[in-house]
Unconditional design. Sequence first.
Length: 510
Amino acid sequence: MSKTADIRLPDPSRWKALAFIALAQLMVVLDATIVNIALPHAQTALGISDANKQWVITAYALAFGGLLLFGGRIADLWGRKRTFVVGLIGFALASALGGAAQNQGMLFGSRALQGVFGALLAPAALSLLAVMFTDARERAKAFGIYGAIAGGGGAVGLILGGFLTQALNWRWTFFVNIPFAVVAALGAYFVIREPAGSRNRSSLDIPGVVLSALGLVSLVYGFTRAESAGWSDALTIGMFIASGVLLLAFVVTESRVASPLLPLRVLLDRNRGGVYLSLGLAVIAMFGLFLFLTYYLQVVRGYSPIRTGFAFLPMIAGMITGSTQIGARLMTRVPARKLMGPGFLTAAVGMLLLTQLEIGSSYTTLILPAQLLLGLGMGTAFMPAMSLATHGVEPRDSGVASAMVNTSQQVGGAIGTALLNTIAASAATAYATSHAALGATDPELLKLQSMVHGFTGAIWWAVGILVVASAIAVTFINAGRPSATAVSGASASGDADGVEGEFKVPVVAH
């Protein structure tokens, strides 16, 4: 037959589907911070030692980070809807197991299972958006909502975690996932209609699965261990070396097998590569911020868990505004790099304000405006980043392209927590040592001053990281603004000479 434009009628239930996809994403993002608030109480109740408490976080991070690429490929193979529903049901069951845990082994195992099913759920959710929203303007709105949830959900988790822990008990920080998952799974089953012909039924690349999982697990564990054991620890160094060897072997394997787990065409596109790299760097800075501000507000200022959660509301408001009112409105009018570059720089200015933190700093005049700038900047940058990361990929690759977004965030989070916390601890120790030698007389005051000095030292690094993320976004990303009829399979590259063009609608043979 003749060649005609591949114009797919939009799914009439797509906006209802977005509500359930967003609910599932909120659950996954909430879980990342809600458990942190409950951890001290769970540790006491189950008799978990200080040396082992990290496994409540690490077990989840290793399973989730290590299996994300596999989860994305399964979504392409099984179908995104089926993978999404299976991930939700599994996540709910694992959460129930965690809430009912009677010992540390049961809790650690439940967290690892949450990570496994989260690795199915997260890429399936993002790739469903990629294949369901094909109109550029609607896609901008959908990804604006998704980006706001992805960015601000962690702060919401602090509020919810504080409330559940104080008003009920730590077990409810696990049980609360069940209603989220049940509602999202039922809604997805009855509402989501995945477009036909978008699966990748090629055989599964088993060597790629093994190498990527082991390589990512080694990388995430290396950074996680560095936080507690130090960068010179033999096992930490061994994990990094093993990760490098395994991931290099993975790349070589993917270049040679017929049906790769991660087709290199997904990575080698300069726009997607720029998104993955800049997004990962930005998440390093964001995770550091959550960590330091939480400790500052609770330990230095004496805020309760609930009050600490509410103190993060300006950032959530900024992210929602940046995603839905700035990013989504401008994405179809200006190229993505002109949103991402200034967005990350705006966030850097907010972070720069926080380098002025002192023990008695005013929340209203320093922390609040800093959070607003951070939220606005991140929201504005995250929205086009989430959309561009899956724009232009072939439908059969949308699951694994979505998984790469989550992988960059997960690895960025692990790096951010370990790297910035190590920098802060070293700066705090140096400050305490030098001032003790000068005759400081109040040990408790010196401890707080050292802690705040460590935070501000690490935040300077976060400022620099955000500036680098902005530079990468502006330099690597050359995609023009999407045309009003752009679809999920569209080309996402600018002209060869660097002149920005529009995303094009593909023409296919029928």
